[in-house]
Design a protein around this ligand. Structure first.
Ligand SMILES: N[C@@H](CCC(=O)N[C@@H](CS)C(=O)NCC(=O)O)C(=O)O
Length: 311
């Protein structure tokens, strides 16, 4: 029985990134389906505030953000690698571009009036309104890309990705890498909206590459429920943090009470005790009435660490 638990929902692009990585690495995992919009009491029981999708849970350890989840899965299953030798810096940089710039252009295009009408066709006006309000709140007052601007940018980005896979099977070479999974999930979302998917046809090599990505599948999945996942966290002890070299870039000592908040989109802070801060990630210890003592892990990149001032 696998101890990897992915908290996600079917239509989430970032969740599709991780589902496809699980397929690439032929891993077995448990699937907990979470709500698309707040409230998410079972997610927050595990994270203490963070509400974005997906999360990876291993016992009493909760990993936030797909960049960190990719590192955790790589550690779990080294081959095939997400970070081919010789291009580890480049593949991470392309992945970061895809998870931000490409993703937001794809969303701006996909949520144009035609796309939105298709996506919400089977939902009540109240559900559609709740979704729009939830995402507007996540943006914290920042706007979404105007559909025309998003379309222009997306078309250019699609041509660029296509040119990368014209003469090689994967974005960065002969081997798949994290860059492929990060580029793929945004395009996967567009492909699921038939009235908009034609934008992918202008660049035929993309279709073949998307086929290669889809062929990785999703690994071997078993359904699980969120109450059982929380109970499992409560019965488990977080993994040891020994041998985690401390890197202090903030003047915040280990043991301090801190918050960690995403830099943008989903600004709910997670509060806890800083128990590790390595070169690449932070770990907070927190206690929850249902989940018990958990360690919540975040990547450094894309997150703000702040000390909680004594009242
Ligand atoms: N940088 C984050 C972005 C995650 C993200 O924005 N996920 C979207 C879903 S694809 C989200 O959280 N939407 C709101 C929600 O699910 O509550 C990551 O890589 O995990």
């Amino acid at each position: 029985m696998s101890d990897l638990i992915l908290h996600h929902y079917p239509t989430s692009p970032f969740a599709e990134k991780i589902r496809t990585v699980l397929g690439y690495k032929k891993l077995a995992w448990k699937s907990v389906i979470i709500p698309r919009v707040m409230p998410k009491p079972d997610v927050v029981a595990l994270t203490g505030g963070y509400r974005r999708t997906p999360l990876l849970q291993i016992g009493a350890d909760v990993y936030c953000d797909t960049a960190l989840i990719c590192d955790v899965l790589e550690h779990r299953q080294r081959t095939p690698s997400l970070y081919p030798q010789g291009s580890t810096g480049a593949v991470r940089i392309v992945a970061q571009w895809a998870d931000s710039t490409l993703f937001w252009a794809a969303m701006g295009y996909s949520f144009n009036p035609t796309g939105a009408a298709y996506m919400f066709k089977d939902q009540s006006p109240e559900e559609a309104k709740a979704f729009a309000e939830d995402r507007a709140k996540m943006r914290g007052g920042g706007g979404r890309m105007y559909p025309g601007d998003a379309t222009s940018a997306y078309k250019s980005y699609l041509r660029r990705i296509a040119s990368m896979v014209d003469n090689q099977p994967f974005v960065m070479g002969q081997q798949a890498s994290v860059a492929d999974f990060s580029c793929y999930h945004a395009l996967w979302f567009t492909k699921r909206i038939p009235p908009l998917a034609g934008i992918l046809d202008a660049t035929p090599s993309l279709a073949a590459w998307m086929g290669r990505m889809a062929a990785f599948g999703h690994g071997s999945m078993e359904e699980f429920d969120s109450a059982a996942a929380i109970a499992l966290a409560a019965q488990s002890t977080p993994a040891s943090l020994e041998n985690n070299a401390f890197q202090d870039d903030h003047g915040i000592a280990l043991g301090s009470k801190v918050t960690i908040t995403a830099e943008s989109f989903g600004l709910e802070p997670t509060e806890g005790e800083l128990v590790a801060a390595t070169r690449t990630r932070y770990t907070l210890r927190r206690s929850d009435p249902r989940a018990g003592t958990v360690h919540v892990h975040f990547p450094r990149i894309g997150y703000q660490l702040r000390a909680v001032k004594a009242a």
